[in-house]
Design a protein around this ligand. Structure first.
Ligand SMILES: [Zn+2]
Length: 294
């Protein structure tokens, strides 16, 4: 086994890569192609042909690359993933140019230094080391565009990872997390239910079907599930709120105080601590919606 030394001081090569990446403006309003081209050239220089996944306009690119072990296998192994874009600097009072990396008092300043060009720089600086030794398992790079404006690039990147059957055993995402390992995020599930009743004058309620009143049943149901999950789990103490949460956050409906409302729209969300739990909960909400409908 080759020995590995761990150090918190970046090598010159790492620092150089980080700074080169910061110098390329990749705010979401501009193309990230210059940065992707630079990474692609570096990969090719080391004998790895990257896969570039473009958006519809061809202005933004995801990059996927696999370093294979001697047997040529591409499935499994470790994936290093990050986003290439940064948030804008418009209207912000910077004491140095955000796209000119500046080291002051032992800290590196520049747009995206922390989130997350240092991570990509560290990974890319490791390429010569990765290709210098026979790998036991594949190593993958997966870099996306437009994360900061809604994880837009990631969808196409994930499709490519699935299509190529890469199935990494581990994926390390270099988001800043104050040097703590964050091993999971809750899932976020947003559901909108539109209820349609029958409108009537409020003096003739038996002739109408009150969409808001039926909606209230659904709201109560969501709240009961929330209470149930809080009281009986399952729990995962790694999360700030250790159980799956749900809550109704948007409601609209009705047109006048003297009219039985025909329409009611309810939007609620739940954040699950597990995939299985999310599917389960979704089924229960669907079943309740069907019950109200019939
Ligand atoms: Zn980020």
């Amino acid at each position: 086994m080759p020995s590995t030394t761990l150090s918190t001081v970046p090598t010159e090569r790492t620092l150089d890569w980080v700074q080169r990446l910061i110098e390329i403006d990749t705010t979401s309003s501009v193309s990230n192609r210059p940065l992707i081209d630079l990474l692609a050239a570096e990969l090719r220089r080391h004998g790895v042909e990257p896969i570039l996944v473009s958006d519809d306009e061809g202005t933004k690119l995801n990059l996927l690359a696999t370093f294979t072990p001697p047997d040529g296998s591409t499935a499994g192994g470790v994936m290093f993933s990050g986003h290439t874009d940064v948030v804008p600097v418009d209207g912000q009072d910077w004491s140095s140019d955000p796209f000119t990396p500046d080291i002051r008092d032992g800290s590196l300043y520049g747009r995206g230094t922390c989130d997350m060009k240092s991570f990509i720089g560290i990974v890319v600086a490791a390429i010569p080391d990765i290709v210098a030794r026979p790998l036991a398992k594949p190593i993958h790079f997966a870099f996306s565009y437009d994360e900061e404006v809604g994880c837009i690039g990631a969808a196409g990147l994930v499709e490519e990872v699935v299509a190529r059957n890469l199935r990494p055993d581990v994926c390390v995402v270099g988001e800043p997390s104050e040097m703590r390992v964050i091993r999971a995020h809750k899932s976020m599930n947003v559901i909108r239910v539109d209820l349609h009743g029958v409108s009537a004058h409020s003096s003739l309620t038996p002739q109408g079907v009150n969409a808001i009143e039926y909606g209230a049943e659904l709201i109560r149901f969501v709240r009961n599930r929330a209470d149930e999950l809080r009281a009986s789990g399952p729990y995962d103490d790694a999360f700030d709120v250790a159980w799956t949460t749900c809550s109704v956050n948007l409601v609209s409906g009705g047109i006048a105080v003297n009219t039985v409302p025909e329409d009611c729209s309810i939007t609620f969300e739940f954040r699950s601590i597990s995939t299985a739990g999310a599917a389960d909960l979704l089924e229960r909400f669907a079943a309740e919606t069907n019950r109200i409908e019939n």
